[in-house]
Design a protein around this ligand. Structure first.
Ligand SMILES: [Zn+2]
Length: 454
């Protein structure tokens, strides 16, 4: 998902850094935590899965490619790795949200019990809607991460069908944890620091900031930038009400050259993870296809979410649910862009704007509710934020100044001006001018924070 067009300026504030080294990963079981003012998650998994029965606190990473064209899609297995930390929750192993165009799951092979699942999004699904995908096939590298299993699992990747809105299997294989083809090579050790330490990674949100486009001589700048972005995240509601739930890491992955590639301006810069502007020929759309390098770097810390900080003054970013987010650091809107993109990558929020110069054909089937919590097709508004709309607010709600700041159901959102509705007239997921996230987005973010902290 991309970011809104630029309209206004924003002044950033610099903070000092607090370097710190070394992490411990608790092998103890789940410790209950709570998040103030957050709704309880309604989970479909009635019987809790005990982490220590099925997993050890390391990561199993499965590498694969999502490949195809506008009308076909396939998964090509690429490899497996064991990585040293597991930063994710020990309690919430299966995903209660049902967000994401895709989902991967692990089933205990002896009982067929689902023991882990996560929804996610990809750059491939957006590319499928472009004209290029009507003419050629293309492959996008992907990774799936989960706690390292103790026993053989069945690993499944599913895709949500456009026609039926149901998940359908794309890939399926057994993984035996003692398989010697699970790569156990050491990770590339990269210097990192914990820039905010609230406690045990098991029951906190652990955000790994990855340096992109910073040379070894620019790591003081990166540490300052990472601290500046972490501090900013913690000022934005609802993160600001939950600051004690967050750990932040700065991973000082050095690039050979400073800056980032901008193909449309004939600028090519050799960086860590090969980020580039002009994704799908949109000048401000900054992404990377090199997902494996992102996760190779992230493996240095126990993470829940990875966010790439790109050393550039250009306006740009990108974010994909449960995959990665990124933004530049030195544009005057960079902080706002980063929190917007993190809304995509961390909380599965949709873009609420509908004036995009790119329309991804076939992204939303208007016969169904989109999976994102902050847009609706009004097919089942009850399942979204209807309970947050006051009785005297008309549905749909006119885009009239008298409804500014009011929660309603405003036509326009998800790149479409008709057929998809947003919760408010303006939100951080719609524009850079919005005062912040709307109540519906705040609620969705707060539920995601709670998910990682229980
Ligand atoms: Zn919103």
């Amino acid at each position: 998902m991309s970011l809104p067009k630029i309209m206004a300026a924003f002044v950033a504030v610099l903070f000092l850094t607090m370097p710190f080294h070394g992490y411990t990963q608790s092998k103890a079981g789940f410790v209950a935590g709570s998040v103030a003012g957050v709704q309880t998650i309604v989970t479909s998994a009635a019987i809790p899965i005990v982490f220590d029965t099925f997993f050890i606190p390391k990561t199993l990473r499965v590498d694969y490619f999502l490949a195809g064209d506008a009308s076909t899609e396939d998964v090509f297995f690429s490899g497996m790795k064991q990585e040293p930390y597991w930063g994710g929750p020990h309690k919430n192993l299966t995903d209660p949200f049902e967000y994401g165009t895709y989902r991967y799951s692990a089933y205990d092979s002896s009982t067929n019990k689902k023991i882990f699942s996560r929804g996610f999004s990809s750059l491939f699904q957006e590319w499928k809607g472009t004209d290029e995908a009507k003419k050629m096939k293309r492959a996008f590298p992907m990774v799936a991460v989960m706690p390292f299993p103790k026993h053989t699992i069945r690993f499944v990747i599913e895709k949500r069908s456009y026609q039926t809105d149901q998940f359908e299997p794309l890939f399926d294989r057994f993984i035996n944890p003692s398989d010697y083809f699970i790569n156990r090579e050491s990770i590339h050790n990269i210097r990192s620091s914990k820039i905010k330490d609230s406690g045990d990674p098991d029951n906190h949100v652990d955000i790994a900031f990855i340096a992109e486009g910073y040379t070894t001589l620019e790591m003081d700048k990166f540490r300052n930038d990472a601290k500046r972005f972490a501090d900013y995240f913690m000022t934005v509601e609802p993160y600001s009400q939950n600051t004690q739930q967050f750990n932040f890491y700065a991973i000082e992955s050095p690039s050979d050259e400073s800056g980032v590639t901008i193909p449309g301006k004939d600028i090519f810069v050799l960086t860590n993870i090969h980020s580039s502007f002009y994704t799908f020929d949109m000048d401000r759309y900054l992404t990377t296809f090199d997902t494996k390098s992102i996760y190779d770097i992230a493996a240095n810390v126990p993470y829940d979410a990875v966010f790439v900080l790109v050393n550039s003054k250009q306006y740009g970013g990108g974010g994909f649910y449960n995959h990665y987010g990124q933004s530049t650091v030195d544009h005057n809107l960079s902080l706002i862009v980063s929190i917007h993109e993190f809304g995509h990558s961390f909380a599965g929020l949709a873009d609420e704007y509908y004036n995009s110069e790119i329309t991804y054909s076939g992204m939303y089937n208007l016969k169904f509710e989109p999976w994102e919590p902050n847009i609706t097709t009004n097919v089942n508004f009850q399942s979204k934020w209807k309970k947050m709309v006051a009785e005297d607010t008309p549905i749909p709600t006119p885009r009239d100044p008298k409804y500014a700041g009011v929660v309603g159901m405003f036509e326009g959102g998800g790149y479409l001006s008709k057929g998809i509705y947003s919760p408010v007239m303006d939100c951080r997921m719609k524009s850079n001018e919005a005062p912040g996230f709307c109540p519906v987005c705040k609620d969705a973010i707060a539920r995601m924070i709670q998910f990682y902290c229980e």
